[in-house]
Design a protein around this ligand. Structure first.
Ligand SMILES: [Zn+2]
Length: 159
């Protein structure tokens, strides 16, 4: 889109074009990239943002960060499960899923929306413990022992 506005470098009214520029930020140790709206001066080539564009960028950055936070990659599913010391099968039983479901998700299959929700909730030890209490009769004693002494649960159970 072609517009005319004041360029901060030329210090006069120039023709500018609206561009989207890829920006990378690190939020909570995660690399997040998103496109921010900017203007590019047709005279000096300098790129700048108006206040509105800056606000829009901050909003986009926040949304991207939230999205990344709730993105369930196979690595993330593995890390949740390992936090509770659970085998794939035991983890699936506790979350009320089919025996091979976690295995499929860890291989890259996308979780259904209800299973995705359960997996996201299971990150919280309190939620996981409730699911564990409901379904622990389905899993063996060795697994139970491991899970109750896991880094993710032991502090929760003993407090
Ligand atoms: Zn300029």
């Amino acid at each position: 889109m072609i517009k005319e506005m004041s360029c901060p470098d030329c210090e006069k009214i120039v023709v500018v074009s609206e561009i989207r520029k890829e920006t990378n930020v690190v939020i909570k140790g995660k690399n997040i990239s998103f496109l921010v709206p900017m203007y590019k001066c047709s005279v000096c080539g300098s790129e700048f943002q108006t206040m509105e564009q800056l606000e829009e960028s901050l909003k986009l950055g926040k949304q991207s960060a939230e999205y990344a936070e709730n993105e369930l990659t196979p690595e993330k599913i593995i890390s949740i499960r390992e936090k509770y010391n659970a085998s794939q099968k035991a983890f699936a039983m506790i979350l009320g899923m089919g025996e091979l479901t976690i295995n499929k998700y860890e291989q890259g299959e996308k979780p259904s929306s209800s299973n995705r929700m359960l997996l996201l909730l299971s990150q919280d030890p309190g939620c996981f413990y409730k699911m564990y209490e409901i379904n622990k009769y389905k899993i063996g004693d060795v697994q139970k022992e491991k899970i109750e002494h896991s880094a993710g649960l032991s502090r929760f159970i003993n407090s």
